[in-house]
Structures are given as C-alpha cells and as structure tokens.
Design a protein around this ligand. Structure first.
Ligand SMILES: [Zn+2]
Length: 271
C-alpha cells in the first residue's frame, strides 16, 4: 500500500482562484494574449483605437426615459446603449475586462461634468464637493462576476474629475428584489420601491452613477433612498441610456450627431 499523502481536507482546488486572483489572471491574459476588442470585435486590445476614441467623444447630454418615472432627477448619459458602447460595457461588467474601467470611467466623468454644467446644480444650486454614489449590485451578482463593476466605474470617474471629487459606497440593497427582466414599468417601480437604503448622508452635491439606464426606476429608487437619509442629490449620470430614452432639451447638433430624435419638452419630474 502506498504511503498516505497528507493534504489539507479543505484545500482550494488549484483551478479555482478567488475572485481577486481571477481578476489579476484576466488582466494578465489581456496583456499576453491577442484578444478581440470588447466593443467592436476587432482583433487586438480592448478598447481598440477606434473604441477608445469613441469613449473620448462629447457626451450625449440630458436624457429622459419614455415613459419617465415620477421622481427621476435630471439624468445625463454619455451615449446610447448600442453598438460598440454596449459591447464595451458588457465586456467590463460580465467578462471581467477590468482594464476598461478607466476609459469607461472617463466617459462617465464626462456625463457627470455635463450634468453639473447644465443641471439644476449650476452656479445658484447646491455647493460643496461632488460625491459620486454608485447604484449597488446584489452581493450575489458581485460574487458571481468577481468584481463590483459600478463601484469600479464610480472610482474611475471620480479620479477623472476635478480634485475633491470622490466616490462613496453609500447605498446598499435593503432587501432582495425580483428579476426586473420582463416586468412592466409599473411593476418595476413597485418591485424596486424601498429596495435600497443609504448608510447615512454626505455633504456636498451627490450624483447617482450607474453603467446603464433602462427605465430609470433604479435611479428613482437610489435618489429616494439618498434624499430620505439627508443627502442633496443633484442628478444622475450613466455611461449609456437604452434606446427608449430620448435626448432631452435643445435639439443641438451634438444630439443629432448621436442619432437623437426631436427634442422633448416638459418639466423635470421630481428634480
Ligand atoms: Zn473596438
């Protein structure tokens, strides 16, 4: 009989690194292997030169979902959730291409700057340092992905904005919510009501940030929770808005160039 081999009973299998190790491994693979661009599938780095240039373009500006949920503050988006931008966001969020956090965070920073330039904050609005608060993902989703994509984008965006801007993890899930997919606008709003809680309040101009806005219901809930705890929310900024959102405000050459439709006129709701 061969001698017994002593090994820890609960040693982790060598092929299952922890999420942090997995992230480092993915970053190394990005460096070593020739992979396709997550935005346009061109062989080479992510982002490729074309997609990197896209992320440095001027932001689309103010957007409003249609229908617009009550309580939505002013929202600005960098661009539309389609084409290369959609691919880049998915590669960052779902494929762990964490090197995309810096250029995508730069795009989010441009949307935040646009919000602060044209939003209700303005020269006569609330003062103080700008605080970016990301919409939190469910803990199980963060574990499954191996990284917190919204937090990564928020910290990258804060680093790209003027000194004094910071990201704060102020929101936490207050309860489990049902899968939003397939729910109507009203059902989404009901599903999300009370779903988030703020761990306190911060001084300054709070901007809710997220990667994508679909119906706006999540941004409404994030804004509600932050205001209930005493923070001053001046608006929200996202990297991309889905096609159901329309550019809002003056029909500028910039919004037409981005495929904008006719201007939407109407009061800000809840801002
Ligand atoms: Zn590309």
């Amino acid at each position: 009989m061969p001698p017994a081999v002593h090994r820890p009973l609960r040693a982790p299998p060598p092929t299952a690194p922890d999420p942090q190790g997995l992230r480092v491994l993915r970053d190394l693979l990005d460096l070593v292997l020739v992979r396709a661009c997550g935005g346009c599938a061109l062989p080479g780095p992510t982002p490729c030169a074309g997609c990197a240039a896209l992320l440095r373009a001027a932001p689309m500006g103010a957007v409003r979902p249609d229908p617009c949920p009550p309580g939505l503050p002013r929202v600005t988006a960098f661009g539309r959730y389609d084409g290369p931008l959609r691919g880049l966001l998915l590669a960052h969020k779902e494929q762990g291409r964490t090197a995309l956090a810096a250029p995508l965070g730069g795009a989010l920073a441009a949307a935040v700057a646009d919000l602060l330039r044209h939003g209700p904050a303005g020269p006569a609005g609330p003062a103080g340092p700008v605080v970016l608060v990301p919409v939190p993902s469910a803990p199980a989703a963060v574990r499954a992905r191996g990284h917190d994509h919204a937090w990564r984008l928020a910290t990258s965006a804060a680093a790209a904005l003027p000194a004094g801007t910071r990201a704060v993890r102020l929101l936490v899930p207050a309860r489990r919510i049902a899968d939003q997919a397939g729910l109507s606008h009203a059902a989404r709003a009901a599903n999300l009501d009370g779903a988030l809680a703020a761990r306190g309040a911060v001084a300054g101009q709070v901007v809710v940030v997220d990667d994508v806005m679909t119906t706006g219901a999540t941004l409404v809930e994030a804004t509600r929770a932050l205001r209930a705890a005493g923070s001053t929310v001046v608006g929200a900024a996202v990297v991309a808005a889905t096609a159901r959102s329309r550019p809002k405000g003056p029909d500028t050459a910039r919004s037409r160039a981005k495929g904008g439709v006719r201007p939407v006129r109407g009061p800000d709701s809840g801002a």
